[in-house]
Design a protein around this ligand. Structure first.
Ligand code: HEM
Length: 530
């Protein structure tokens, strides 16, 4: 005998029955999910789970729209360690310097960057390198890169970058003493171009620079479009952007291979670029890097530096346009150190770039407030016991982050934490200056402390610092020195030549829909200094 309710439902017309199922099943799933979170007792060692209505989808919308707002609010509710659901994945966030240490300072046997990132990065970089090889090989690849960034190489880069900027100013901005402007520019677009021009002229090699305006730019764009949060969540979808990503990866990789083949025949015209440094590198076990490996590492370096540095420099210029006092100090620093009596400037050397306190503190402060990477991920390979001093359900019980979770470090949270920084939300480069020098606050802790060699040279462990824009531990950035050089030279060149003013009422909102924390539709006015 059918239940009267079922019988009544079956008596309804078919379209109404279907509509009932379409609405009813998800509704039922939501109700069950909510009741389960409220009524079912949880394992006391499991970190608290962020309340969410929709199963599987979890907190995806909330986290995706504004990860920092999400994390600060969750910290208030749940403490420094909590789990949230992101499209079926269990993400456990560990906040604060101690939380950062848990993942960034974690042992390779406990946490894996490869397992967290490979599905996003391998289709873009290519196989055999970075997160598509054992961790020990990545550490050696980082050593090869560090060896490529010699003082001699960096000195030569300092000579090459300003000319690229000057050419861009003349050809693209078309501003000069005779035609000073002002002109409103999309600062992110401008910086993306200046960063790729200067990186390709130096680190990437002359052949890449020479091809930048033609096919290479299109390939880079297609690769970029394959490096999005969508790709992070769904590595392979039958979409045109995925197919273009794969085609661009192959063509770009082949292009680097052809450069190396040509160079072998003696047909080369390169300076101290990274291709030259990597070619001929040999792993500890005697295996040489193949040309294909080098090609894929070059793509990885291009992707690693492009958006991080263009985002940082864009935020930096936006703040300068809104802060005339700091802009004047920065300009004056250039005049005091490099100004000629006739109003021109002498070029900066690599050594000069390290002695500019105002520039340095502006970069630091921009990276504090706008760390380009908001979430650093690792897959948990073995259960991790959370120290009681970080977060605990009670005095005698500790949280345990289970195997299979993704552990999330968000250094940006400690970098913007009002409990650590005075006026944490304001851009104030002067906070880094003490008596005209560089402050010895968070930075000192960051630079000093225990030194560890993870396989790419001794670095400060720094995993418990509240300031980690370049990460920490074994996956710490090896491009920091290059990034500082590039930012100092490019911004220096802009400040020498232009006066910046605000084109918008306030600093733009942040766009979190991309992998890198970018300003949304950012504009500034540029006027040539006469
Ligand atoms: C790693 C930030 C520029 C190459 C990292 C990490 C961060 C970072 C946070 C750690 C990622 C993790 O732990 O999962 C930045 C910022 C930059 C910048 C803020 C500029 C402002 C560059 C440049 C290069 C580069 C210019 C290359 C020349 C790398 C490499 C790694 C790395 C090879 C190592 C990845 C690993 O070991 O897993 N960077 N980066 N970065 N970065 Fe950078």
């Amino acid at each position: 005998m059918e239940h009267p309710l079922v019988a009544a439902a079956l008596a309804l017309p078919l379209p109404i029955q279907i509509a009932g199922l379409v609405v009813g099943i998800p509704l039922l799933a939501i109700v069950v999910n909510v009741l389960r979170q409220i009524l079912v007792p949880t394992d006391p060692t499991a970190p608290p789970v962020v309340f969410h209505y929709i199963p599987w989808f979890g907190s995806a919308a909330y986290y995706g729209m504004d990860p920092y707002k999400f994390m600060f609010e969750c910290r208030d509710k749940y403490g420094d360690v909590f789990t949230f659901i992101l499209l079926g994945r269990r993400m456990t966030v560990a906040l604060g310097p101690k939380g950062n240490n848990l993942s960034l300072g974690g042992k390779v046997s406990h946490v894996s960057a490869e397992d967290a990132y490979t599905h996003l990065t391998t289709p873009v970089f290519g196989k055999g390198v970075v997160y598509d090889c054992p961790n020990d090989m990545l550490m050696q690849q980082k050593k090869f890169i560090k060896h490529g960034l010699t003082t001699e190489a960096l000195q030569s880069y300092a000579e090459l970058m300003p000319a690229e900027c000057q050419e861009y100013f003349a050809k693209e901005l078309k501003l000069s003493k005779q035609n000073p402007g002002p002109k409103t520019v999309d600062v992110l677009h401008m910086m993306a171009q200046l960063i790729v021009l200067t990186a390709s002229r130096t680190l990437q090699g002359k052949e890449i620079r020479d091809n930048l305006s033609v096919r290479f730019a299109k390939l880079l764009e297609d690769l970029d479009k394959g490096f999005t949060p969508l790709n992070m969540m769904f590595p392979n979808l039958p979409l045109p952007s995925y197919r273009r990503r794969d085609a661009a990866q192959k063509e770009m990789s082949d292009f680097y291979m052809s450069i190396m083949a040509k160079r072998r025949t003696g047909e080369h015209d390169h300076e101290n670029d990274m291709i030259q440094a990597l070619q001929g590198s040999v792993y500890r076990n005697g295996t040489p890097l193949t040309d294909r490996d080098v090609a894929h590492m070059m793509i990885a370096l291009l992707m690693a530096g492009q958006h991080t540095s263009s985002a940082t420099s864009s935020w930096f210029l936006l703040h300068l346009a809104h802060d005339q006092d700091i802009q004047q100090r920065l300009y004056q620093e250039q005049v005091d150190n490099f100004g000629n009596p006739d109003g021109t400037f002498r070029p900066m050397t690599f050594e000069d770039t390290k002695k500019l306190p105002i520039m340095d503190s502006c970069i630091r402060e921009t990276l504090r407030l706008h760390a380009p990477i908001h979430s650093i991920l690792r897959k948990v390979l073995q259960p991790i016991v959370v120290p009681q001093s970080l977060a605990a359900p009670s005095e005698n019980v500790s949280y345990v982050i289970p195997k299979g979770h993704i552990i999330v470090a968000a250094p940006g949270v400690s970098q913007m934490d009002p409990k650590i920084w005075e006026k944490a939300g304001s851009w104030n480069p002067l906070r880094w200056l003490v008596d005209g020098g560089i402050a010895k606050t968070a930075n000192e802790q960051y630079q000093a402390g225990e030194k560890v060699d993870y396989g790419f040279g001794a670095v400060s462990k720094g995993t418990e610092s509240p300031y980690q824009p370049f990460g920490a531990g074994r996956h710490r950035c090896v491009g920091e020195q290059f990034a500082y050089l590039q930012l100092t030279l490019v911004i220096g060149e802009i400040v020498r030549n232009f006066k910046l003013t605000a084109a918008q009422k306030a600093i733009p909102e942040t766009n979190y829909q991309t992998m890198i924390v970018l300003p949304l539709d950012p504009k500034i006015n540029l006027e040539a200094r006469v």
